[in-house]
Design a protein around this ligand. Structure first.
Ligand SMILES: *Cc1c(COP(=O)(O)O)cnc(C)c1O
Length: 395
């Protein structure tokens, strides 16, 4: 059947067109300044970023993965150390731990939010554990208050992987407030994205900020003086693009929240799927709007149906980290406890199109497609309404 409408997964080009004059002006300013690497536009953006995040410091780096391992190295975490994170995050979180030379310890997520389960963290801690990396997955903060209690009781560092939740907050805490540092990614598909790669580390800890700045620039804090380091910088062109875009991020995330509410209202009562769970008091910024089929065998058929209807839905993430063959199992990682919730999520997840530039008609079309599939597949319907799973351990 021919698709009546096309709903893409991203709105990048439209977003550019909406604020083209502001972006172009910053690009022109950088090009004409003659300073393209660690120049004034980077400094300006770093200042704006720290102000926006409410942290004392912000350092631009090459990408969100580098932001994590540079922070681990800045903290002196490496070979022989263990870092706890969860199995259902994007691969880069574990990859960064591996690059730093430490061992990733993968634990399960909570069934409703899909964020790292504080109880599972506790069970995974050994004398080698040095840090916890909670990911604010899909745009909603992890349970930082519970994680902070665990970390403080054992002297562990927290690095918040904030690649997906820029401008989110928890119930009474900001991102970067309870962790020692928060890292972010500015790759184009993130809520605040440049036209390419970028990343940053925000922190209130002057020592972490200073170390990251030296490590990102060939181990050099002073001209001609070098220690161990790398090349991982945020180019001034990207800083200029991000500076223009950051002025709009709150309004863009509000639009994401509006479309999420429209999806949830439209899909409410569906019995073949579960809907995303928003924690009370949290600002979820819906990097992704992830539904789950009640039964694993229904995921691929529903996804294919949506794609055929012109709805460019995808999965995040259908292969959890512990099932990635490329990971150095035994050397670079271990699993702590059962990963049932991560497994269920991998098998059942579908990300619906979600970006500020969506229209009400597009969201309604996506909703109608899911409802049409459910009508044709009554066997996929389970008892109970299509509410988010609330039979949870922590959330
Ligand atoms: C995107 C992402 C990263 C990595 O960011 P890059 O800029 O692509 O290196 C890390 N962690 C999470 C959770 C992400 O979503």
């Amino acid at each position: 059947m021919a698709a009546a409408m096309k709903v893409g997964f991203y709105g990048h080009v439209q977003q550019y067109k909406n604020i083209q004059a502001e972006i172009d002006a910053n690009i022109k300013a950088v090009l004409e300044s003659g300073e393209y690497v660690q120049g004034p536009m980077l400094k300006r953006f770093e200042k704006e970023l720290a102000e926006f995040c409410g942290t004392k410091f912000a350092a631009g780096v090459g990408n969100g993965t580098d932001a994590i391992w540079l922070t681990l190295m800045a903290m002196g975490i490496g070979p022989g150390d263990e870092v706890v994170t969860h199995a259902n995050t994007f691969f880069a979180t574990a990859e960064a731990i591996w690059i730093a030379g430490a061992t990733a310890v993968l634990v399960d997520c909570c069934p409703a939010t899909k964020n790292i389960c504080p109880k599972k963290i506790e069970a995974a801690i050994t004398p080698k554990t040095k840090a916890i990396i909670p990911v604010h997955l899909y745009g909603q903060c992890a349970d930082m208050k519970a994680i902070k209690k665990i970390a403080d009781a054992r002297g562990l560092k927290i690095i918040e992987d904030n690649a997906q939740a820029f401008d989110a907050h928890g119930d009474g805490f900001a991102i970067g407030e309870l962790g020692a540092a928060a890292t972010t990614s500015f790759i184009i598909q993130k809520n605040l994205g440049t036209f390419g790669d970028g990343g940053a580390v925000v922190t209130n800890d002057a020592a972490i900020d200073a170390r990251v700045r030296v490590l990102r620039n060939h181990g050099s804090g002073k001209r001609n003086v070098h220690s161990f380091g790398f090349n991982s910088r945020l180019d001034d062109l990207h800083a200029g693009i991000l500076s223009a875009k950051m002025r709009h991020i709150r309004e863009w995330n509000d639009l994401r929240r509006k479309w999420a509410a429209r999806y949830t209202e439209g899909l409410f009562g569906c019995r073949s799927i579960d809907l995303p769970y928003e924690k009370p008091g949290y600002r979820h910024v819906f990097h992704l709007y992830v539904i789950e089929t009640k039964r694993p065998q229904d995921r691929d058929p529903l996804l294919a149906f949506l794609n055929e209807r012109g709805v460019d839905a995808k999965t995040h993430y259908s292969i959890p980290i512990h099932r990635q063959d490329g990971y150095p199992w035994g050397k670079g990682a271990r699993i702590a406890g059962g990963l049932d919730n991560a497994e269920a999520n991998a098998a059942c997840c579908i990300s619906m199109p979600m970006y500020p530039e969506l229209t009400a008609e597009q969201v309604d079309y996506c909703v109608a497609a899911v409802r049409e599939w459910e009508k044709e597949n009554p066997g996929a319907c389970m008892e109970g309404p299509g509410l988010a799973r609330k039979d949870t351990c922590c959330d």
